[in-house]
Design a protein around this ligand. Structure first.
Ligand code: PMP
Length: 344
């Protein structure tokens, strides 16, 4: 692929797709009598939700400084990831690429969609190995690259230069998964949207925004890619209750900042306290709300904590003898630290 051309990387059946449209779309909520959608006329949640989530997009547009037509709202960012496979990758033929270790849903979603996922190992300091990546960038079957930054489970951000290089050199779609960006000291790539036609930024209300139970994720990209997302999404993918929950959060940005700062403060405290624990061998620097820690024996520690009803993530299979700890409330973190001290 010589130049980036969106038409070259869309699955042929999606190119021809018209997409579902509701008879209600053209009225924009201004009609008086709704007899088009076989709803029950009684109750408060009897109507279908706004399929385009216009109120949320208006608020996000103001907050993020992008146009409303550059925003897609998904049922969690997991839906943003899954729909990307369905838009760009022909099952049994096309490929996607990510780095290892990284977020597990890239491979789950690839497998569900019958797409081969190339998993390139990160360097020993968890950065992208650009030299190893180079030959893959020229593979015409490669349609998608997932870059998780800050990366789950390692916690670091990737070097901006490496990401820019991939955006320039790769003629397919680059998805930067910024699920944890609100906790990071590094800048979001959202400001780069104007520079790259192949860039999708994925963010979520599940982490710093505190709405994991609500299932709302967001993709920011150009309006042509948004049109494709709108064609393939289920018509009513975000419920009325979930749209309201997001709007309430977006109306209280001060509370968002307060909670985020409490979590970051707790993270700092945890990092200091963990240094005192004998079974802790290494604490990896984190730009997220979790910490990757190397311990003497991850499997044993995991089982001991589970026995005390404390659940952490055993990442031993990804990074030798490593566990991943989410930064919790002060009370939860204290319980964890007490248990770790006793086990040391
Ligand atoms: N991306 C990353 C890197 C994640 O860690 C997670 C959740 N663990 C997600 C996406 C999925 O988030 P959501 O709840 O928005 O589907």
């Amino acid at each position: 692929m010589k130049e980036f051309n969106l038409n070259n990387i869309i699955r042929p059946n999606i190119q021809k797709l018209k997409g579902y449209s509701s008879a209600r779309d053209e009225f924009k909520g201004e009609a008086e009598v709704y007899l088009d959608a076989n709803e029950n006329p009684f109750g408060t949640l009897n109507r279908y939700p706004d399929p385009q989530q216009i109120a949320i997009k208006k608020r996000l547009s103001e907050i993020k400084g992008v146009n409303e037509n550059q925003i897609f709202i998904g049922n969690g960012s997991d839906e943003v990831i899954d729909l990307a496979f369905r838009i760009f990758c022909e099952p049994g033929k096309d490929k996607a690429l990510t780095f290892s270790p990284s977020y597990g849903m890239y491979s789950v979603s690839a497998a569900i969609n019958d797409v081969k996922l190339v998993e390139l190992p990160l360097t020993s300091d968890f950065q992208i190995n650009v030299e190893e990546l180079n030959p893959y960038l020229k593979d015409e079957a490669l349609k998608l690259i997932f870059i998780c930054s800050p990366n789950n489970p390692t916690g670091n951000c990737f070097e901006g230069e490496a990401i820019q290089y991939i955006l320039k050199e790769f003629k397919g779609i680059v998805i930067i998964d910024e699920a944890y960006i609100d906790f990071s000291t590094k800048e979001s790539f959202i400001n780069q949207l104007k520079n790259y036609q192949n860039l999708i930024i994925s963010q979520t209300f599940s982490k710093a925004w505190g709405l994991a139970g609500v299932r709302v994720g967001v993709a920011y990209t150009n309006s042509d890619i948004i049109d494709l997302y709108n064609k393939v999404k289920p018509p009513y993918n975000i419920s009325t209750l979930n749209q309201e929950a997001v709007l309430n959060k977006l109306d209280n940005l001060a509370q968002f900042e307060i909670e985020k700062n409490i979590i970051l403060n707790e993270k700092e405290k945890l990092e200091k306290q963990l240094q005192e624990i004998e079974l802790v061998k290494k604490i990896y620097p984190s730009e997220a709300n979790f910490i990757l820690i190397e311990v003497t024996n991850a499997n044993k520690l995991y089982n001991s904590l589970v026995a005390q009803k404390i659940i952490i993530r055993n990442r031993n299979s990804l990074v030798n003898n490593c566990i991943r700890i989410t930064v919790g409330s002060e009370k939860e973190n204290k319980k964890l630290m007490t248990a770790l001290k006793e086990l040391s």
